[in-house]
Design a protein around this ligand. Structure first.
Ligand code: FAQ
Length: 342
């Protein structure tokens, strides 16, 4: 962004603080309008920073809490191949959390602070991860539908106005795309398997369909943040636009899978060139957000326990870094072990 940097703000050319503020805001607005990226050292309005931290924190928390429902099946995967794939996928989700916490750090929000807020119930994570994984087919339904919804939402975030968030999304989307395909392939194998396997796949889709639609957030007329986030080009599309796009993607895929989406009201709308779909139970969504979903308590308790049990790892890593930083002539990175060459 060729705008005013945070350093320059202390030496603005305008005579008064008001003038300087107006100049910085105008530069920020112009950068957003021109589709330039806002970078960490650029000046930005406090509300823009706060809104990004809110969304990115929720996103990061979703990635790490989202490891739980699928990790539940790692020990029970039906083959070594499926187990290896699932382990890699769950590990990828941890990686996504790390990119996002690092991106949030560029806004001045430390990972420690964000995790404390998650554990205290003061920041959200996606509603979808408060549903249980009851059968092996749920792993396929999560890959196909949950990762599919995540990609639909996140591809436009690759063009988010905030540089570090947009760049993190590029890699995340590539990996989510692979996750979505493995879920689809898993469901296809079950759908074409025995009648019992087909039934298990259909039951998983029945249970995950509606919560997946809720991932996109409340309807546009009750979305508190959409208008401002879209004006700032954090979000590029509204919740309902993306939800409808997701339905359009899923309808032919369900057909190819030989599975039925559990909504008798889905039909092609010739005029809109998109599918219509049935009414979403927004009361259920609000209840999950309030903490009353089937697994809210379990997910948060497990997260807090994992954090407490991992304290020794964080302590050891910090002690190691401190020891190496204190070595004479060491700049930290120079103290890394060097691989032997032949
Ligand atoms: N769950 O005004 P809006 C994944 C809250 S990653 C919980 O519309 P906004 C990968 C919202 O925060 C999935 N809360 O908000 C994976 C706000 O509350 P607040 C996560 C929700 O921000 C796959 C209030 O409702 N992805 O799945 C939800 O403009 C498999 C009003 O809502 C992201 O986070 C919800 N579903 O739009 C991992 C993507 N929806 O803060 C493991 C980035 C809304 O006022 C396994 N985030 N709320 O208290 C976004 O795009 C947006 O934040 C939205 C919400 C679209 C989620």
């Amino acid at each position: 962004m060729a705008a005013v940097t945070a350093d320059q703000t202390t030496q603005g050319t305008a005579g008064t603080t008001d003038d300087a503020d107006a100049e910085r805001l105008a530069a920020f607005d112009a950068a957003v309008a021109a589709d330039d990226r806002i970078e960490p050292r650029d000046w930005m309005p406090d509300a823009y920073r706060a809104s990004l931290i809110r969304q990115m924190a929720q996103h990061a928390h979703s990635e790490i809490i989202g490891m739980q429902p699928e990790a539940n099946w790692i020990t029970r995967a039906p083959s070594l191949r499926r187990k290896a794939i699932l382990m890699a996928k769950v590990q990828d989700e941890a990686g996504h959390g790390l990119y996002l916490y690092s991106a949030a750090e560029t806004l001045g929000a430390s990972r420690e602070e964000l995790l404390d807020k998650l554990h205290a119930g003061r920041q959200r994570y996606s509603s979808i991860f408060n549903y249980p994984t009851l059968t092996w087919a749920d792993v396929g339904a999560i890959g196909w539908l949950v990762d599919g919804a995540a990609i639909t939402n996140q591809v436009p975030l690759c063009r988010c106005s905030y540089g570090p968030y947009a760049r993190a999304m590029v890699r995340v989307c590539k990996e989510e795309s692979f996750h979505q395909r493995q879920g689809y392939e898993l469901l296809l194998a079950l759908s074409r398997g025995t009648p019992a396997q087909h039934e298990m796949a259909q039951d998983a889709v029945n249970r995950w369909w509606w919560p997946s639609l809720m991932m996109f957030g409340p309807p546009d007329d009750s979305s508190a943040h959409s208008a401002q986030s879209m004006a700032w080009k954090i979000k590029r599309h509204s919740n309902d636009e993306l939800r409808r796009r997701f339905v359009d993607i899923c309808v032919p895929q369900a057909e190819a899978l030989g599975l039925t989406l559990p909504d008798p009201d889905i039909r092609w709308n010739e005029e809109l060139g998109q599918h219509d779909y049935g009414a979403i139970d927004w009361t259920e969504f609000q209840e999950v957000l309030k903490g009353n979903g089937p697994c809210n308590e379990q997910r948060l308790t497990q997260r807090r326990t994992a954090h407490e049990e991992g304290a020794w790892v964080r302590d050891a890593a910090a002690a190691y870094a401190e020891k190496h930083a204190a070595r004479p002539g060491s700049a930290g990175a120079a103290a890394q072990p060097v691989e032997a060459t032949a």
